[in-house]
Write a protein that binds this ligand. Structure first.
Ligand code: ADP
Ligand code: MG
Length: 301
């Protein structure tokens, strides 16, 4: 019986040329298993193709995570939803799956005082979307405004804004920190106008719309910007205490309890000590009313 000689020495070269690094890495192992288990050729080929695609997807997600510039360690798993009753886990999970709202270019606006968790939840949603295959850019609004302003001076503002189209979602953190001159804020206005009904934005701000006249010095421009942003948007007012302060108060309370429990005259009961160690960070489960603005908005579901 004649055997067709296969020149396996050339394989790495061929696979390299075809840019199939996963197949190049895995084929010896899969070929061995396939021979041992008597796989049909089609199964062998399909297994290698699946491996290549899976690895390619993973590499793409890693690239997108790098380019997104997300603040590190802010995940949905690390977010304590009991602190923000107006933002249920189910609702955020739906938002973080992307789908309909990103396809329509809808927006998400998060308002709340410092420490209420806006940056955390915005970054966590961004991360989840990237893991789901979307492209996201996270930026402080002032940084982006500066970049666009520089582009405008070089007469390449159009191109710079078009470049941002590659992102399914732009996260503009802390919009209300933008101040400065008319020229700066009009680049922001231009960006909002260009993404309107096409590409989504997630905007966080300490100040609700009433204060945005400080961002857009011309009131007509403020109205026009707000109009476009809220036309298809979910607006969430995170009117809660600072999570930092809450965490600090609980840490203090915990330390005081442990100190008290450790005093020799009052030895701690084992059960009580265990409870203290597990003191939950957020104990306030009382739902608070969210006061949505009267502007038309709808939920991306
Ligand atoms: P904001 O952007 O509204 O000022 P941040 O998102 O920066 O607030 O939150 C301040 C700190 O508290 C961050 O370290 C953040 O991770 C944490 N934090 C805020 N809210 C929560 C929450 N609900 N669960 C867990 N950590 C939170
Ligand atoms: Mg913030």
């Amino acid at each position: 019986m004649s055997r067709v000689e296969v020149d396996t020495a050339r394989l790495p070269l061929l696979l390299g040329e075809l840019r199939l690094p996963a197949i190049a890495r895995f084929w010896p192992e899969i070929a061995e298993r396939s021979g041992r288990e008597g796989w049909p050729a089609v199964r062998f080929l399909a297994t290698l193709a699946e491996l290549e695609v899976a690895e390619r997807t993973q590499r793409r997600i890693e690239r997108h995570l790098v380019e997104a510039h997300l603040p590190p360690d802010k995940t949905l798993d690390g977010f304590d939803f009991s602190h923000v009753p107006m933002l249920s886990r189910a609702r955020v999970t739906a938002i973080a799956s992307g789908d309909a709202w990103l396809a329509k270019g809808d927006n998400l606006l998060l308002f709340g005082p410092p420490g209420s968790g806006k940056t955390h939840i915005a970054a966590a949603i961004g991360r989840a979307l990237i893991e789901g295959g979307y492209r996201v850019l996270f930026t402080r609004t002032t940084d982006l405004v500066q970049r666009l302003q520089a582009a405008r001076q070089q007469l390449i503002l159009e191109a710079a804004i078009t470049k941002l189209d590659r992102y399914d979602l732009l996260v503009l953190d802390d919009l209300s920190y933008v101040r400065k001159d008319q020229a700066e804020t009009s680049v922001l206005f231009e960006l909002i106008g260009r993404r309107y009904e096409r590409r989504s934005m997630l905007i966080t701000a300490n100040q609700p719309f009433a204060e945005w006249n400080k961002v857009f010095p011309d009131p007509a421009m403020t109205i026009a910007a707000v109009d476009r942003l809220v036309h298809h948007a979910v607006v969430v007012e995170m009117n809660v205490d600072s999570y930092r302060q809450k965490a600090a108060i609980i840490r203090k309370a915990r330390a005081a309890t442990i100190k008290r429990d450790n005093q020799p005259k009052d030895p701690p009961e084992p059960d009580r000590q265990a409870q203290t160690a597990n003191l939950p960070l957020a104990s306030d489960n009382q739902p608070r009313q969210s006061s949505l603005p009267s502007a038309p908005n709808h939920h991306p579901d």
